[in-house]
Design a protein around this ligand. Structure first.
Ligand code: ZN
Length: 257
């Protein structure tokens, strides 16, 4: 079982999707103390498809949207421990802020990293993945725009970072058969927002992840135990109940108009 953690910004703002630098440091220290090693999603896909072995305690740290604080606050803490991460870049918003259409007003405005900063991370061994051009809910787009968002963002990551960008993450985790078909045609795999731990039975195009919010440093000693998986299953069920009573990603783009 391999935990794939989802981060967004590493910043002192009150929001459940952002992690404070002090918490991030405690998480990295606990992982290093327990002997965890970071791996890329490409390495996980290679393990899933070809059985290429991974270190016994492998973990992937993924960072959606490429916030500047990942460069400034997360990278130094990780580099000190020999850790690398995976970035999912919104290619039209590099060097700008998280004010893409459909962004919730309650989320504070925060800067995203520049291409130059992303290139530095790429050189340092970070993995670069595509996360569309403008962060739309893909299933709501006409087919040509959907394809553009997916394929053009991959091309931009390639041109700007020199990496092949063979992994994808759907904004909001929003997907449908057309999105999935495009992902399968152009990528080797995709990270989802389904909560859980990756295992040998995971679908390469729907890799489960764990929100950093649930990675309490006190839980890290239990990451390998069945207890942690049961805890995630319980949180997943609670989240499904909340979604039934609250509006979903489908409401967001309409709200923006
Ligand atoms: Zn995102």
């Amino acid at each position: 079982m391999i935990p794939i953690i989802t981060y967004h910004a590493v910043e002192d703002v009150s929001s459940p999707v952002f992690v404070a630098p002090a918490v991030f440091q405690a998480q990295m220290a606990a992982l290093a103390d327990r002997g965890w090693q970071t791996v890329t999603l490409t390495a996980i896909l290679d393990w899933l498809r070809n059985g290429t072995p991974l270190p016994r305690k492998s973990i992937a740290l993924t960072f959606d949207d490429a916030y500047e604080s990942v460069y400034a606050a997360a990278w130094p803490v990780m580099a000190a421990r020999g850790f690398t991460g995976t970035l999912f870049l919104i290619t039209d918003y590099m060097g700008r802020s998280n004010r893409w259409p459909g962004q919730m007003a309650s989320v504070p405005e925060l800067p995203l990293m520049s291409w130059a900063q992303a290139r530095e991370l790429a050189v340092a061994g970070w993995e670069m993945g595509a996360h569309t051009n403008t962060h739309p809910a893909l299933p709501l787009l006409p087919p040509d725009e959907m394809a553009q968002e997916i394929v053009d963002s991959q091309t931009a990551v390639r041109q700007q970072t020199g990496q092949s960008a063979r992994i994808f993450a759907q904004p909001y985790g929003a997907t449908n058969p057309a999105v999935e078909a495009l992902a399968r045609r152009h990528f080797d795999g995709a990270a989802s927002v389904r909560m859980g731990l990756a295992d040998a039975a995971s679908d390469p195009f729907a890799l489960p992840r764990v929100d950093a919010y649930y990675l309490h440093p006190r839980l890290i000693p239990h990451l390998e135990r069945p207890l942690f998986r049961r805890y995630l299953q319980l949180r997943q069920r609670l989240r499904q109940v909340r979604r039934l009573v609250k509006s979903d990603w489908v409401a967001k783009p309409a709200d923006a108009h």
